[in-house]
Design a protein around this ligand. Sequence first.
Ligand SMILES: Nc1ncnc2c1ncn2[C@@H]1O[C@H](COP(=O)(O)OP(=O)(O)OP(=O)(O)O)[C@@H](O)[C@H]1O
Ligand SMILES: Cc1ncsc1CCO
Ligand SMILES: [Mg+2]
Length: 283
Amino acid sequence: MVDNTDEAQEHQHSTEWGPIVWTHLSTLRQRSPLVQCITNFVSMDLMANTLLSAGASPAMIHSLQEIPEFTPRADALCVNVGTLTADWLPAMKSAAQVAAQSGKPWVLDPVAAGASGFRLKACLELVGLRPTVIRGNGSEIIALSKASVGHTKGVDSSYESTDAVEPARSLAQTSGSIVAVSGAVDFVTDGQRVVGARNGVAMMQKITATGCSVTALIAAFVAIDPLHAFEATASALSIFGIAGEIGMELAKGPASLRMHLIDSLHGLDQATVTRRVNIISVS
Ligand SMILES: Nc1ncnc2c1ncn2[C@@H]1O[C@H](COP(=O)(O)OP(=O)(O)OP(=O)(O)O)[C@@H](O)[C@H]1O
Ligand SMILES: Cc1ncsc1CCO
Ligand SMILES: [Mg+2]
């Protein structure tokens, strides 16, 4: 007899995603994509270590002069505006353009997009350069979707990710990008489909730059499967969340979670990943 309960359907969706997520992680480990990161000063260390422990190769290279030579050699680009000043913006735009011309995916993290007019304008200009993926918290995605400032507590979100699902869908439609909103549930949309990844633990919010780091991980996943950016994005979010769940079993607080999360990401195996993946279709 067919079991049509919600629980059975959820389990079925998760079972379908397990092999997809594992294939992404194991391919990433085999190919070790080079990810160029133009990112904020706070995130540089955790982002580089996240990429390394997942099996990718990070390079925090942001000078305008190096972009024509270096960016075409990277497998993906991650642009993060966390500590934005006017003099960093030309390099971000140039790298985005060179990545696109070179057929390489690039991912935008619009940190605190709604915190000021300067930041919002810069983020909207970057969105206009067609990122492959945009990943933000609820406040950031709402600010971009409405093109308006406010409703954010600096770099932290004033919204739940569920509040930003429809803004994310509308941003995906207008931008042509895959849009991901992080939070208790991480949502991913291409403007039509929406999936929710329910991995992770609340204490990940108490470690600065976990959001920045998962955006870089998305860039690494999309680098190895650029034709399936939607699936690669959901896979990266689920993997980072699973590493957080396992790390939390050993952690005493945010500082030790930071360490155990990196260790867990490095040690993930097929059985653990396929058992723990929790991604369901929302629509
Ligand atoms: N309540 C929660 N339960 C489970 N996981 C969570 C929760 N809140 C956040 N996370 C996870 O923490 C990570 C960071 O998400 P968050 O939304 O805090 O990003 P952010 O605000 O951009 O962070 P930052 O700007 O510090 O980099 C994601 O992997 C997300 O899934
Ligand atoms: C705390 C902080 N301030 C600017 S960027 C950043 C890292 C988290 O987004
Ligand atoms: Mg952020």
